[in-house]
Design a protein around this ligand. Sequence first.
Ligand code: UD1
Ligand code: CA
Length: 449
Amino acid sequence: MPVAVIILAAGQGSRMKSDLPKVLHPVAHAPLLAHAMMAAHSVADRLVVVAGVGADLVTAAAREFDPDVQVVLQTEQNGTGHAVDQARAALADFDGDVIVLYGDTPFVRPETLHAMLDARAKGNAVIALGFQTANPGRYGRLRVDENGLQAIIEAKDASPEELKITLCNSGVICADREMLFDLIADIDNNNASGEIYLTDTVGLARARGLPCAAITCDESETQGVNSRADLARAEASFQARKRAEALDNGATLLAPDTVHFAHDTLIGRDVLIEQNVVFGPDVTVESNAIIRAFSHLEGCHVSQYATIGPYARLRPGAEIGDHARVGNFVEIKAAQIGEGAKVNHLSYVGNAEIGAAANIGAGTITCNYDGVFKHQTIIGARAFIGSNSALVAPVRIGDDAMTASGSVITGDVADTDLAIARAKQVNKPGLALRLMNKLRAAKAAKTKE
Ligand code: UD1
Ligand code: CA
């Protein structure tokens, strides 16, 4: 059965106290909305996002994540049922099951959505996703009897008896497309909030004699984000899952709680990650690489058996080859470091290609920026760059070439040549001692005065 997912993302999110629409706040470097879309993609053939507050930004973010997404507008936020109703036309040609997700509740697992679809396949008209909680608070309550799910009661509208129910509504529901919009047409706003409640579809279906069901999941899956504190909690639980996943896939994390992943970080088998490592978006680390303590990586690729850090910074476009080494206080940007090459100490390598087995001495700087344009530095295989070399790009150093330490290299160096570009050394015999004696005498005369 084809599946469409509708993601509700029109709400204000006023408790975030932010200029940014709530669903665009990031967890692990991806907007909440993108997390919800990832969950949706695990089951959906069609995806509709309902945007409202900050619709332009929300639409752009949704399209960036999935160019095929349909975005519909809800200009007034009249409730969750009204929000879903905005997708009626977009899904008019769709035959199949529809799941409604919230953009601010991003961590529903694919397995849970499949369990809901299974309950649909068994003939239930509306399936709601519930969870047991010690703090039911403002959540809607699921009233279940021997025939399954009877109704969802909003906390504001619940009796004291109903408020004691601890099985709460996550907000996720599933129904056949035609049935869903048919039921929504019957919802009124005769309730404490004066809103069109999506949750009323359950009671309406039961009134038609149609069976409904509740599927339950763990409370952590339905964790919603309404405030900055919720956002911090969502980040923490995402990180906990991602760390567990890395360990599960065969990586060693010396201090898992100090490693921070992005939503898309890929870590291979037998990778060792030391303490306090941060992964920004778009990082892949191949098997057997070592990421040492206090390193920061984003938009980069680390090949097998490479060693990064401690205290290294890999920026977008850094491609580190097999067995290469990037050491402490080294920054690499938009540069390929060849197989077995070494950049071990205090260097900046930007817009560069470093050949296999080249050795980049301590303090080497690629001067890649002239204030307007970026220029390329190319260093050949087995080249040896002396410590404290400034390589003024565009410049090319050949295979097996060397630069003398302290050189400012402004011209190309051919294969196997040695370039020396610094003032020649001059030694003055005995001058150091004579100079020192003169200074000491001056000091003695001064203290006598
Ligand atoms: C809703 C449920 C409640 C459930 C809770 C779980 C209803 C009536 N109530 O309550 O049973 O326990 O979620 O968090 O459905 N939205 C729109 N347009 C609107 C209204 C809401 O897009 O007009 C979006 C919001 O942006 C949000 C989601 O729908 O992502 C839920 O809306 P919210 O107002 O937070 O619903 P609750 O009152 O929390
Ligand atoms: Ca809410």
